[in-house]
Design a protein around this ligand. Structure first.
Ligand SMILES: [Fe+2]
Ligand SMILES: [Fe+2]
Ligand SMILES: [Fe+2]
Ligand SMILES: [Fe+2]
Length: 313
């Protein structure tokens, strides 16, 4: 087996992370465009597995002394029908399979090999799933609908469109920010790390609600995200996350006052409630990192609050 240097290994893993990121966005976009249904749910499930791959590979980058990347690789946005989208997802899995097979020929570390083999097995399963989805969607297109085609949805009000697009940009940023914070905090506090991963998945649900509303009204789902805050220190990460939730809940509140469509308004309001929960949850997690004071500390010891955290930051 040829010698692969640490630097080459980090570069290989970073390329894989960018492709996993692209797969998440490509699959979610396709799931939202297909609307509510069993198939869309299954595709979202695959996107969640790609999120796990991104996490595993990023952990390795950190472990090897590299910088995690939040860049996105090639995202295939072509195709006009469900079978075409599913065919492009088969192609994405083919590219991933070829990449990981190539990596196995160059990687000696048994632990890293085991993780790559685990990911490769998932990609082979995904490929099989997408091949099946090509057949299923092709068949659906050939079967005439029992009911006449629905009237095209009326154009979305600008205020609703703005809110949903801002929401997708935010949720996309929150997913990435919490994912990165999750694998960076893993060695410091497993509870914090696993909660951040869980909430990243929750933000992905919000993105789904907004994406479906947009696509259902004939709009495109934005594929860009708000800027990320990625400090090195776990306490600073949680403070940034608390601030992000706080600002987002306020922004959603402002949108709700102006929005017109009850469906669009409803999803923004549901997300707003969950952002407020995230803010308190992150506040609780932040306290876990409070420096331990002397055992003589009394209950009057100053407690962290969101307000004091903000002043501190
Ligand atoms: Fe993957
Ligand atoms: Fe995959
Ligand atoms: Fe959210
Ligand atoms: Fe949130």
């Amino acid at each position: 087996m040829p010698q692969t240097t640490n630097t080459e290994l980090i570069q290989m893993l970073a390329a894989a992370v960018q492709d996993e990121h692209a797969a998440i966005i490509q699959y979610l976009r396709h799931a939202y465009m297909m609307g509510e249904g069993e198939l869309a749910c299954e595709i979202e499930g695959i996107a969640r597995e790609e999120m796990r791959h991104l996490w595993i590979l990023s952990r390795w980058i950190v472990r090897l002394g590299g910088q995690p990347t939040t860049a996105r690789g090639f995202t295939d946005l072509a195709g006009a029908t469900s079978p075409e989208w599913m065919q492009r997802d088969v192609a994405a899995e083919d590219r991933a399979i070829a990449m990981y097979e190539g990596y196995l020929a160059r990687i000696e570390d048994p632990d890293l090999r085991a993780d790559i083999e685990h990911i490769l097995a998932d990609e082979r399963r995904h490929r099989g799933d997408f091949v099946h989805f090509v057949d299923k969607t092709t068949l659906e297109m050939q079967t005439p609908p029992e009911e006449p085609a629905e009237e095209p949805a009326p154009a979305m009000a600008a205020v609703d469109k703005n809110a949903l697009e801002w929401g997708v940009n935010h949720e996309y940023a929150a997913i990435l920010q919490y994912l990165v914070h999750s694998f960076l905090t893993m060695d410091k506090d497993e509870e914090i790390s696993s909660q951040l991963m869980t909430q990243a998945i929750n933000e992905m649900q919000h993105m789904g609600w907004f994406g479906e509303e947009l696509v259902g009204s004939g709009e495109e789902m934005p594929l860009t995200h708000h800027p990320l805050t990625l400090p090195a220190d776990p306490a600073a990460m949680l403070e940034a996350d608390i601030q992000l939730e706080n600002e987002t809940a306020a922004m959603y509140g402002q949108f709700i006052e102006q929005m017109v469509d009850p469906g669009a308004k409803g999803v923004i309001d549901d997300a707003r409630g969950q952002e407020m929960y995230h803010e308190t949850l992150f506040g609780r997690l932040r306290k876990r990192l409070k420096p331990v004071t002397s055992p003589a500390a009394t209950p009057t010891t100053k407690m962290w609050t969101v307000g004091t955290l903000k002043r501190k930051s």
